[in-house]
Design a protein around this ligand. Structure first.
Ligand code: NDP
Length: 454
C-alpha cells in the first residue's frame, strides 16, 4: 500500500512538535493533526501561561515587601483582566511561531480531530460539525495527544473549573476553593493568593505534594499557611451547588464552604477517547498506552509519547521522547530516553525543586543505615529587610556505600534554576566529596550545597 506520509503525528503539543521537526529534518514526509491551537498543554494551557502568572504574583509580592529596602509602593492595583489578556496574546504568539516553524519544514498541518480508521489511516473530523474533513494515511503513526484534567464524580462538578478554564477567564475571583494538593493545586493556590484572592485548599491526605521529599512538603505548608492560604486536610469534597452568586461546597464532614469559584486539580488522565483506538486492541498500562523502550505500542505501526504513556508527565520528557523516536525511526539510531535524575519544580512562591530520590525513597531502596542526609534551613539574605521572613531549605541525600549524591532538594527563590544545574552533576555520577571540593560562590543561596559538611 502507498502511503501519503512517512509519519503522521496526532497532537501538536511539546512531544508531537519535537518529533515532527526532528523527523522532517531527516527528510521524512510528515503531517501533524491538531484539534486546538498548535502548542499543546504546555504552551496553551499549562507551563507557559502558568509561569507568566507566577511572574505576576512574584512581582506583586516583591512590590508589597520592598519597604525595608526604602521602596514605598502605595495602593498597588492588580488588574487581572490585563494579565489574562497579555497571557493569551503571548500564548497565541508562541502558537503561531510553532505553526510557522512547521510550515518552514514542509510539515503538513491538518486542523481537526484525528480518528483512526485502520492501523495506517485516520480521518480528520471537524469538532463542531462532526463532518469528515479529510482522510490521511501513513506508514507510521505517532500518538501524542496529551492528557486532560480528571474530574471528580460528584453532584455539581460541572460548576467547578479545571486548570484549562483558568486561562479563559475574564478576571480573577475574589475567593476560590482549590481541591487537590499536587502540582496544579499548589501552583494556582500560590498565584491566586499572591494576587489577592482568598484561597482555601482542600486535600484528602495529611500533606501537600505527596511523593516529594517530606521536608519540601513541610516547607511549602509553612509558607502556604503564612501566605494566608487556608488548608483543610484529610477531607474530601462531596458536592457542589450554586447559592446565588457563589458556590457552596459540602465536605465529607458535612462542613460547607462558600466561595466564588472552585478549581478541581485532582490529577490528569490520557485523552485517548476521541482517537477511536478500541478496534486496534492496543495493549494498555492502566489508563495509559503500553509502549516498549522505543515508544512502540503493541501495534508495530503505532507509537506513543508524552502524557498518554506511564512515564513522568513533564514537557521536557515528552520533547525528548519525541526526538528520540524520530532519531531512531528516521535516522537509524538506537537511542533511549534517560529517565534517571529528571529535575522537577513546583512553581509556588517560593518555589520547590528536586532531583533524584527523596529521603524516604532512598532509605527504602538502600536501607536507613546506608543513607546520609545533609540539610540546612535559613533566612536568605534577600529577606533581610522583609517582614515575612520565609526561609529556604537545601537538602542532599548521599549513598554512604558509594558516596554518590542520589538526591538534591531545595525550597526557595530560583531553586528551579539551581536544581537544573545540579541535575547535570547527578547525571554524571557526582559524589559528596566532589560537592565538598567545589569552591562556593558567595553570597548566594546555592553555595550551601557545597558547604554542608558532617
Ligand atoms: P498531581 O498528581 O500532581 O496531584 C493530584 C492531587 O489530587 C493530589 O494531591 C491527589 O491527592 C489529589 N487527588 C487525586 N484524586 C483525588 C480525589 N479523588 N479526591 C481528592 N483529591 C484527589 O496532579 P495535578 O493535576 O496537580 O497535575 C497533573 C500532572 O501535570 C502532574 O503530575 C505533573 O506531571 C504535571 N504538571 C507539572 C507541573 C510542573 O512541572 N511544574 C505543573 C503542573 C502540572 P493524593 O496526594 O492524596 O493522591
Amino acid at each position: 500500500m502507498e502511503f501519503q506520509f512517512d509519519l503522521i503525528i496526532v497532537g501538536a503539543g511539546s512531544g508531537g512538535l519535537a518529533a515532527a521537526k526532528r523527523a522532517a529534518s531527516y527528510g521524512a514526509k510528515v503531517a501533524i493533526i491538531e484539534v486546538n491551537k498548535v502548542g499543546g498543554t504546555c504552551v496553551i494551557r499549562g507551563c507557559v501561561p502558568k509561569k507568566l502568572m507566577v511572574y505576576a504574583a512574584k512581582s506583586k509580592k516583591n512590590m508589597i515587601s520592598s519597604e525595608g529596602y526604602g521602596l514605598k509602593s502605595e495602593g498597588i492595583i492588580f488588574e487581572s483582566k490585563i494579565l489574562l489578556k497579555n497571557v493569551r496574546e503571548e500564548v497565541s504568539r508562541l502558537s503561531n511561531l510553532h505553526k510557522n516553524s512547521l510550515k518552514k519544514l514542509n510539515i503538513t498541518i491538518f486542523e481537526g480531530l484525528g480518528r483512526f480508521i485502520t492501523q495506517n489511516e485516520l480521518e480528520i473530523i471537524c469538532p463542531k460539525s462532526k463532518k469528515i474533513l479529510n482522510k490521511v494515511s501513513s506508514k507510521k503513526i505517532l500518538i501524542s495527544v496529551g492528557g486532560k484534567p480528571k474530574k471528580l464524580n460528584i453532584p455539581g462538578i460541572d460548576l467547578a473549573w479545571t486548570s484549562d478554564d483558568i486561562f479563559e477567564l475574564d478576571g480573577f475571583p475574589d475567593s476560590i476553593l482549590i481541591v487537590g494538593g499536587g502540582y496544579i493545586a499548589c501552583e494556582f493556590a500560590s498565584i491566586f493568593r499572591n494576587l489577592g484572592t482568598e484561597v482555601t485548599q482542600l486535600i484528602r491526605g495529611k500533606s501537600l505534594l505527596n511523593g516529594f521529599d517530606e521536608d519540601l512538603s513541610s516547607c511549602l505548608e509553612e509558607s502556604t499557611t503564612s501566605a494566608g492560604i487556608n488548608i483543610i486536610s484529610s477531607h474530601q469534597l462531596k458536592s457542589i451547588r450554586r447559592v446565588n452568586e457563589n458556590l457552596e461546597s459540602t465536605l465529607d464532614s458535612g462542613e460547607k464552604i462558600i466561595t466564588k469559584n472552585i478549581l478541581i486539580a485532582t490529577g490528569r488522565e490520557p485523552n485517548l477517547m476521541p482517537l477511536n483506538l478500541d478496534f486496534l486492541n492496543l495493549k494498555m498500562d492502566g489508563s495509559y498506552l503500553d509502549v516498549d523502550e522505543f515508544n512502540q505500542t503493541s501495534n508495530p505501526n503505532i507509537f506513543a509519547i508524552g502524557d498518554i504513556i506511564n512515564k513522568p508527565n513533564l514537557t521536557p520528557v515528552a520533547i525528548e521522547q519525541g526526538r528520540v523516536f524520530s532519531d531512531n525511526f528516521f535516522n537509524n539510531q538506537k537511542r533511549k530516553v534517560n529517565y534517571e535524575y529528571i529535575p522537577k519544580a513546583v512553581f509556588t512562591i517560593p518555589e520547590i525543586s528536586t532531583v533524584g530520590l527523596s529521603e524516604k525513597r532512598a532509605k527504602e531502596i538502600y536501607d536507613d543505615k546506608n543513607i546520609k542526609i545533609f540539610k540546612c534551613k535559613f533566612t536568605p539574605m534577600s529577606n533581610t529587610f522583609i517582614e515575612n521572613k520565609s526561609k529556604c531549605m537545601l537538602k542532599i541525600i548521599v549513598n554512604k556505600l558509594t558516596d554518590k549524591v542520589i538526591g538534591c532538594h531545595m525550597f526557595g527563590e530560583t531553586s528551579s534554576e539551581i536544581i537544573q544545574m545540579v541535575s547535570i552533576s547527578l547525571n554524571a555520577g557526582i559524589t559528596k566529596k566532589d560537592f565538598d571540593i567545589t569552591m562556593a560562590l558567595h553570597p548566594t543561596i546555592s553555595e550551601e550545597f557545597v558547604t554542608m559538611y558532617g
